[in-house]
Design a protein around this ligand. Structure first.
Ligand code: NAP
Length: 327
């Protein structure tokens, strides 16, 4: 798989990474351990070297899984993890105090079975702790060699600038996809100006853009999508038009919707590296196929025209989590 540079950081990764959250957390029951190890190794064999986890995924168990699965290829992969929720639990609120960051990094290193984290993100900006202090705490960990690069997630333009002035931000990880394009307004220009890479999460719209989900899909009881307004039955019905249009474009390219959704992101900027997630080997291979799907300027114009005629409905987070984004 082709490699990309995350901005000016010097961090080079495969054009597509693997989002590992769903292997342990958020979208129904965790994948059985051996199957998850196999999937992670298959991703590596297909050229993926960029693996995305977080203290909060599980919590904790996703990092342990990656530590075990990637041990044989540790020196050939880039592991990204995140701190920022109290006790690693989003439901308990935010905690980016410097002492907490240090303690979380020590615990993450143990779970990952490693001596360094290539990319450490603040999962959400914490209004109680100035971003300068957060960047300063990560800077110390960088000086100690425990962390190689600093990232932020769902941070607003001002927070990015302030943090970057203390310690260069290598990458921002925020939601960005064919059905959530807000980062184009303010965020992408700031990243371009500062030379920061962008890692779109939920690049497949949490599965919706692939066409595998419709208004009748029943999610497992603990699936996060049950509380996401955009996934209410009514909104799934309203948003089906986007899936339909994407299907027609994909058919025209001899590709799948998932591949077009990922290739579209890759076509936006050379410093964008999406991290689709899947628990299924055949979908892993399908998604990775997007790295070699080139969209022409005519294709991109056709997608833009089609999107302009569709209004996506429904918030991407429930109100209590919405307040944590874009700070
Ligand atoms: N920083 C943050 O706050 C944040 C938030 C959310 C996510 N993330 C990161 O971003 C990664 C990706 O985001 P995501 O998992 O939310 O969403 P996503 O990658 O947009 O979609 C994942 C969902 O799509 C399904 N899927 C994947 N490939 C498919 C295909 N080819 N055809 C049909 N369905 C397919 C998966 O189901 P199956 O497993 O059944 O294939 C899964 O339910 C996460 O793993 C995590 O690492 C970060």
């Amino acid at each position: 798989m082709q490699q990309r540079q995350l901005g000016k950081s010097g961090l080079q990764v495969s054009a597509l990474g693997l989002g590992c959250m769903g292997l342990s957390f958020a979208y129904g029951p965790a994948l059985e351990h051996n199957a998850a190890v196999k999937l992670l190794r298959a991703a590596f064999d297909q050229g993926v070297n960029f693996f995305d986890t977080a203290e909060a995924y599980g919590p904790y168990s996703n990092e342990t899984l990656l530590g075990e699965a990637l041990a044989p290829v540790r020196d050939q992969v880039v592991i990204a993890t995140k701190f920022g929720f109290r006790n690693g639990m989003p439901a308990q609120g935010l905690d980016s105090r410097p002492d907490t960051i240090r303690a979380v990094v020590e615990a993450s290193l143990k779970r990952l079975g490693t001596d360094r984290i290539e990319l450490l993100y603040q999962h959400r900006v914490d209004p109680q702790v100035p971003v300068e202090e957060v960047a300063g705490a990560v800077k110390q960990l960088v000086q100690e060699g425990k962390v190689l690069h600093f990232g932020m997630s769902e941070a607003g333009a001002d927070a990015i600038r302030r943090a970057h002035a203390v310690l260069p931000v290598a990458a921002l990880q925020s939601e960005y996809s064919l059905w959530w394009r807000e980062p184009e307004e303010q965020i992408l220009p700031v990243l371009e100006e500062l030379g920061i890479g962008f890692v779109p999460f939920s690049p497949l719209g949490k599965g919706f853009l692939t066409g595998a989900i419709d208004a009748h899909t029943q999610f497992a009881a603990d699936d996060f999508r049950n509380v996401v307004p955009r996934f209410s039955e009514e909104n799934r019905t309203a948003n089906a038009r986007l899936v339909e249009v994407l299907g027609a474009i994909a058919d025209g390219k001899g590709a799948t919707r998932a591949q077009v959704a990922l290739a579209w992101l890759l076509a936006q900027k050379p410093w964008i590296v999406p991290i689709p997630g899947t628990t299924k080997p055949h979908r892993l291979a399908e998604n990775n196929g997007a790295a070699s799907l080139a969209l022409s300027s005519d294709d991109l114009a056709a997608i833009a025209t089609a999107l302009a005629q569709i209004q996506v409905v429904g918030d991407r987070y429930p109100a209590h989590l919405q307040k944590n984004v874009n700070r």
